[in-house]
Ligand binder design. Structure first.
Ligand code: ZN
Length: 412
């Protein structure tokens, strides 16, 4: 599948700082330690709705990871999927009496436009579930023949399930206890009460064709893939085992990332699936969690239509720490717009205070678990000094502009 346009990332003067990032599986801030090529997988959207601010905040967080790695001289192999067939997409299409393929294509197109407008660097591989079905089928067939997966005891719909404990390391991503796993499994798309399963936590790998649902012929019989195995296979086959970072929102920790890892580890006998699991917090609106069910989603495309400067949106979402659940309010946007105006005015001057210390602080804060609130304040301090007329370094405005572009993705 086609991703979205990229843009050149300027070089920043001074010395890069290696990235340290909170790892969900160990509960520690640890160094990321990629080789020449840094390998990252971030879960993509299910395209039944456009990009809301929660999505945007997540992709921006991992865009900063991408940028800090580039600053450190790594090539970045970034992979993202798009779950272009799954229950939520089919349900939305049925509700709206529209074709699920058309709905999916429309929302994917909008997502690409949103990402490009937000200046998110595109993945090298952008893959749909549908185009990945042959490789998913191959993996499910292997799990089945290895006895790590089984057919549900249901003569009509013998769906294929993954025995959750098959890798021997189930729980190593989330570290959740059994009651928490059961609660999230039920809340986040799992089917604990499905008759014919051997254990409530076993996850769907292949759904046998139902009347009126799309399906694909395969050696498993006609059907369609489960969600966790989609990401597991797409990531493994592009990045290999032990890749540097698996990312997504905190709502993907369990069951999604736990199972993506368990599938891959069971299939290969290797551990870990990813060396780092990083998760972005949720965005709320005016004190409430932003969610489909509350109907209070704020869409990036809506803000674009309202002529909100996407660089202000970027600064607004980066003004909070990526791991915090945080609120989106008019004040957050207004502050971000004011900040953008100040930064643009300061860097439009012919000279300013020496930029070296500011760029060092910017790098230090970002390398420390993407501490964007402090990183933005470091640039604020330089801009305030520049606007008050102190400093006569003629290279400084250009250097600050390059650093803000390369490291924060904000074009001034
Ligand atoms: Zn995923």
């Amino acid at each position: 599948m086609q991703s979205w346009p990229s843009h050149p990332v300027p070089r920043v003067p001074g010395t890069p700082r290696p990235l340290r990032l909170y790892d969900t599986s160990t509960g520690e801030i640890r160094p990321t330690a990629p080789g020449a090529t840094a390998r990252m997988y971030v879960c993509g959207i299910t395209p039944y709705d456009a990009t809301h601010l929660g999505h945007a905040a997540t992709y921006l967080a991992f865009d900063l990871v991408h940028r800090v790695w580039l600053d450190n001289g790594h090539e970045v192999h970034y992979v993202q999927n798009v779950t272009d067939v799954d229950d939520p997409l089919l349900e939305r299409a049925a509700r709206d009496q529209s074709d699920w393929v058309v709905l999916g294509m429309r929302e994917i197109a909008l997502f690409r436009e949103d990402m490009a407008a937000l200046r998110v660097l595109p993945p090298r591989n952008y893959l749909g579930a549908v185009e990945s079905i042959p490789e998913i089928v191959e993996a499910v067939a292997k799990l089945l023949s290895a006895g790590m997966a089984y057919r549900a005891d249901d003569p009509e719909y013998p769906d294929i399930y993954f025995a959750h404990d098959a890798s021997g390391r189930f729980g190593s991503v989330s570290n959740y206890d059994d009651p928490t796993m059961r609660e999230f499994f039920a809340d986040r798309g799992g089917d604990p009460d499905r008759p014919g399963k051997r254990h409530p936590l076993d996850a769907l790998l292949w759904r046998v064709a139902r009347p009126g649902e799309p399906s694909w012929d395969s050696e498993l019989g006609a059907g369609r893939p489960g969600w966790h195995v989609e990401c597991s296979v797409i990531a493994q086959n592009r990045l290999g085992m032990g890749f540097d970072l698996q990312g997504g929102g905190t709502d993907l920790i369990f069951p999604h990332h736990e199972f993506s890892a368990a599938h891959a580890e069971a299939l290969t006998g290797l551990h870990p699936f990813a060396r780092h699991y990083a998760h972005a917090g949720m965005i709320g609106l005016d004190g409430e969690k932003m969610s489909k069910s509350r109907g209070n989603l704020v869409f990036v495309s809506r803000l674009r239509a309202d002529k909100v400067d996407m660089m202000a949106l970027r600064l607004g979402l980066l003004s909070g720490h990526y791991r915090e659940d945080r609120a989106w309010t008019q004040e957050v946007l207004a502050e971000a717009e004011a900040r953008l105006v100040r930064w643009r005015a300061a860097t439009a001057q012919e000279s300013g205070p020496d930029a070296t210390g500011t760029i060092t602080r910017l790098r230090d804060h970002l390398s420390n678990d993407l501490d964007t609130p402090q990183a933005l304040r470091a640039v604020d301090a330089w801009a305030d000094d520049a606007l008050s007329g102190s400093g006569h370094d003629r290279a400084a405005p250009v250097e600050i502009r390059a650093a803000v572009d390369a490291l924060l993705g904000v074009l001034l």
